[in-house]
Structures are given as structure tokens and as C-alpha cells.
Ligand binder design. Structure first.
Ligand code: PHE
Length: 350
């Protein structure tokens, strides 16, 4: 038995494993459960009791040796394989094209709006998306019991409790920035006219569908100075829609109501999709609403420390998604947030 063990030991020592097939043969012969070493372990039962221990030890050493050879060879064969497939670099091959990202359609349109107003002297202002009840509603002349404060429309972050200073909420419109801008003016000794647009994200508690979303974008506009009149509002918005859409776009002002403007008007433009023929975007009326607007309510000016006897102003607010829909014919609000590359790619170079 011991001779047999020695013989196999030598056999293993001399076996040079050079290929995968060869390695497999080695495994079957020595390492496998039906290999000769396993067979010798079987035969160990027949070895006389007094020798069994010594032979057993030898057999174990042999088994470990075979296993070690097997492992070493399989790793070195693996490494060799990697070296083999390393091909020389072919500098004449065409390059793999880089995939360029695209700007999001809402980013494109927001920038166009900023550019158009920038050319007529409007600066850009920003404000917080998590806002207090005062900036989102109170200062804007919303009565305490106004339905917009209801849980239906507003996402509350912190609900009013005894002794708490104010409700925290996700702003439902960008009009909060109007208040912050005007309030800031109060800190200036000499009044400087405010002429700014305020793009930003707003939130409303709506079920997500093709026509409604709980998160969307607005651009607010505000102009406060001496002698600002409704005509200025009309001229400015008229200029804007012509720049944004087409020179022949029609615009109309419809009387409306907002707590923070008086008088108020909603602004419709002739449908840019069907050009007045009637389609499902304009609901076959030929007109689409793009903004709310009006003269800043004197109460709002006073709330911000601006004397309404001396100063007047106009404000407007428009939905960026709606403008984008009319510019690019995007018919489902959900597309803006789904990150579907087939949708986004269409804006390459836009
Ligand atoms: N904040 C209004 C809205 O979200 C829009 C608006 C802004 C109307 C400014 C008038 C003046 O619907």
C-alpha cells in the first residue's frame, strides 16, 4: 500500500498540466470521488489495524498534494487565458461614439422664458420650495378659510399645533417669491423698482395622470414701481407670447379672480397645435390658457411694507409644462418625469 502511495506521489510530481483538458483528466484521476486516491481510502479498511494509522497519514498527505497541484494549475491556466486574449490595440478602428445627453424639454423652455424676459429688463429671482403658510398664502391675501389651504391641494410638512409659529408646506405656486422680493425691498432705504421673473417647482396634492401632476413648474413675474398699469402687463405678455410662439399668435385676457391681484385676468393664446381649427388640447375651442395675471392687490403691497398709494405693480404666473406642451406637442405630463430615453432623445440639439 505504501509503495502504491509513493508511486502515485511521483506520478503527480511528474504530471505537467498544460491545458484545460489535461487539468480535467488530472482531476478525474486523482482528485475526483472515483479517482485512485479515493479508491485507496476504500482499501484502507483492509490494512491491518496496527499499520492503518501510518498508512492513513500518508494517504492524507497524498490527497492534499494532489489537491494543491490541481488548484495551482487551474489558477495559472486561468491567468494564462487572460494573457492570451489580450489583443494589440488597433488604432485604425473607428471610435465608439460618445452618447451625448440632452437638455430636458422643461429646462430648454425655462431658459427660453428667462432669455425673453431678460432682454426686456427682468432679472431672475429664486425662493424656497418648503415655505411657511404666510409666504404661500397669508401675505398673498388668502383668507384663513380659503379652500386652497385645505389638505386637498396643499402638501403640509408641519401642521399647525398649539404654540407653533406657522405651518410649513410645499409651496403650491411661485407667488411666495413675490412676497420675499417685495419684503426685501423694505430693507432698502430708497425704493428700487422690482422687475423679476421667478422660475421654480411647485407642488399640489393631485393624483398623477396625463393632465395633472403633484409636481410641476411655474414662472412668476413681478413688476412694482410708480405708475405701473394694466397696459404694461398686457404689453409685456403680448411681447412674450410673440417671442415664445409665433408673430401671428392671438392673445386674449379673460377676467378672473386671484386673492393677490385686483383686477385679475387669465391669459389665453390661440392654440399652437391646431391653429384654431380645434383639437383635443384646446378642447375644440381654439384657445389655450397659459397664465394667470393681474395688478398686485394693495393689501399684498401693504403686507410687504410697500405703500400702495405710491406704488403699483403687476404680476403673472405661467405653467412651464403647458408652454412646453404647446411648443413641442407633449401631450402627457407624466413624460416629463419618467426619464424615458426615447422621449428625451427627441430634444437633442433643441
Ligand atoms: N399663482 C397663481 C397660480 O398658481 C398664478 C398667478 C400668479 C396669478 C401671479 C396672478 C398673478 O395659479
Amino acid at each position: 500500500m505504501l509503495n502504491k502511495v509513493k508511486e502515485i506521489y511521483q506520478e503527480i510530481e511528474q504530471w505537467e498540466i498544460q491545458s484545460k483538458d489535461n487539468l480535467e483528466q488530472f482531476r478525474l484521476r486523482y482528485v475526483g470521488r472515483k479517482g485512485i486516491i479515493a479508491e485507496l481510502f476504500e482499501q484502507l479498511k483492509q490494512v491491518p489495524q496496527e499499520d492503518r494509522r501510518a498508512v492513513g497519514q500518508e494517504l492524507n498527505t497524498l490527497k492534499d498534494f494532489a489537491l494543491q497541484r490541481f488548484k495551482e494549475s487551474s489558477t495559472s491556466l486561468e491567468n494564462a487565458r487572460h494573457e492570451e486574449i489580450e489583443v494589440p490595440v488597433d488604432l485604425t478602428l473607428p471610435v465608439v461614439p460618445n452618447l451625448y445627453g440632452t437638455q430636458h424639454p422643461l429646462t430648454i423652455v425655462r431658459q427660453q422664458i428667462i432669455d425673453i424676459f431678460g432682454r426686456i429688463g427682468f432679472s431672475v429671482a429664486d425662493g424656497p420650495e418648503i415655505e411657511s403658510d404666510w409666504y404661500n398664502f397669508g401675505a398673498l391675501n388668502f383668507p384663513d378659510n380659503h379652500p386652497a389651504r385645505d389638505m386637498q391641494d396643499t402638501f403640509f410638512v408641519e401642521k399647525k399645533s398649539e404654540g407653533a409659529p406657522a405651518d410649513l408646506l410645499l409651496r403650491t405656486h411661485t407667488s411666495n417669491v413675490q412676497i420675499r422680493l417685495m419684503e426685501h425691498q423694505r430693507q432698502n432705504t430708497a425704493f428700487r423698482p422690482i422687475r423679476a421673473i421667478m422660475p421654480g417647482r411647485v407642488y399640489r396634492n393631485e393624483a398623477i395622470s396625463a393632465r395633472a401632476h403633484c409636481m410641476f413648474h411655474q414662472v412668476e413675474g413681478l413688476y412694482v414701481d410708480r405708475n405701473v398699469g394694466f397696459k404694461d402687463l398686457k404689453d409685456t405678455l403680448y411681447h412674450f407670447v410673440k417671442e415664445m410662439f409665433a408673430k401671428d399668435v392671438k392673445i386674449r385676457f379673460r377676467p378672473s379672480y386671484f386673492p393677490f391681484t385686483e383686477p385679475s385676468a387669465e391669459i389665453d393664446i390661440s392654440c399652437q397645435i391646431c391653429h384654431g381649427k380645434g383639437c383635443n388640447i384646446c378642447k375644440y375651442s381654439g384657445w389655450v390658457e397659459i397664465a394667470g395675471s393681474g395688478m398686485v392687490d394693495p393689501n399684498v403691497l401693504s403686507n410687504c411694507g410697500i405703500d400702495p398709494e405710491e406704488f403699483t405693480g403687476y404680476a403673472f404666473g405661467m405653467g412651464v409644462e403647458r408652454i412646453t406642451q404647446l411648443r413641442y406637442g407633449v401631450n402627457d405630463l407624466r413624460l416629463y418625469t419618467e426619464n424615458d430615453i426615447r422621449f428625451l432623445r427627441q430634444f437633442q440639439g433643441a
